[in-house]
Design a protein around this ligand. Sequence first.
Ligand SMILES: Cc1ncc(C[n+]2csc(CCOP(=O)(O)OP(=O)(O)O)c2C)c(N)n1
Length: 340
Amino acid sequence: MAGSGNDTEAGWAALTALAEKLQAPVWIEPFGSRAGFDQTHPLYQGQLPADRPRVRQALDSTDVLLVVGTAAIRQYPFTTGPLVPEGTRVFVLTDDAVQANRSPAELAVVGDPAALCNAVTALLHGGQAGRDTATGGKSAAGAAAEQYRLPPPAAGEPLRASHVFELLAARLEEDTILVEESPSSRPALQALVPARRPLGFLSAAMGGLGFAMPASIGLKMALPERPVVAVVGDGSSMYSIQSLWTAAQSGVGVVFLVLANGGYAVMDRLAEQRDSKPAWPSFPEISVSTIATGLGVSARRVEDYSNLIEVFDEVLTNAARRTEPVLLEIAVAPDTTFAP
Ligand SMILES: Cc1ncc(C[n+]2csc(CCOP(=O)(O)OP(=O)(O)O)c2C)c(N)n1
């Protein structure tokens, strides 16, 4: 399991070499802040689920879980029972002593994850290739992407987050930095839009809202040669919306995609899972594109699939070279399920 602490060129290379030598499946950690592994690699399995029963299911028949660059294993929300299947041995390599200390692992080694992976690879003898992956040779990442893929909406049907992500994935340049703050659709985003370079994915681990908009502006200022795309829920966008003014004033070419489902969908789903009615209102009247315009950022609202294709083709072509921010408020239907 690759963690955010492995998200360096050296970390990706070292873990790839180790995984390939073992022909071992590679997951990324639940709710990670960064990718830690090439999400288009054939051994990549997707994001490990965030609750224990599904972790045990995903790791069924796994003899050893090697955790690289994070703690074992972030969970949300809490469920009872063992973290891993009976008999699965857990080892951790991390440069963070706190992560090592809180990991229920047989052994945790503190040091640079890339150097530690390389040391493990050097200890292995050849001849391990040919082992089946955890899914019998079929990638769980491919299956997860399949689960979220949708046919285009029929006439009169609303857009869904998955439509947006599929169109996005087909257009993003390989070195794009994708900044995520779209709580209810994060699982679909992770399944459909793979990180292909270190720093290809960035998020506030565990979801404190208000990070993505200013973080994406700072990233584009620090790394102007890379395209920066922020995918933000309409509710989340309201936590630091004033940062758009800075992007406009300083000429920072971030592409902001605001998924406008008119409410706090993830909170609504969590309330339903506890058999209670949401105590907070929805907000279909909030117009993020109007607010953005008022803050000096060029903004449009998109409601239609073919219009979205046109606008994406225009806005995402040569996104690296943008010197002005742009915001697209994309109307989507709220997701009706949530299982991170
Ligand atoms: C600072 C902060 N306040 C409140 C929350 C609780 N919270 C988590 S998700 C969420 C709603 C996010 O809404 P939106 O961005 O529209 O995404 P959706 O759930 O609709 O996908 C809230 C209020 C939080 N995580 N951080």
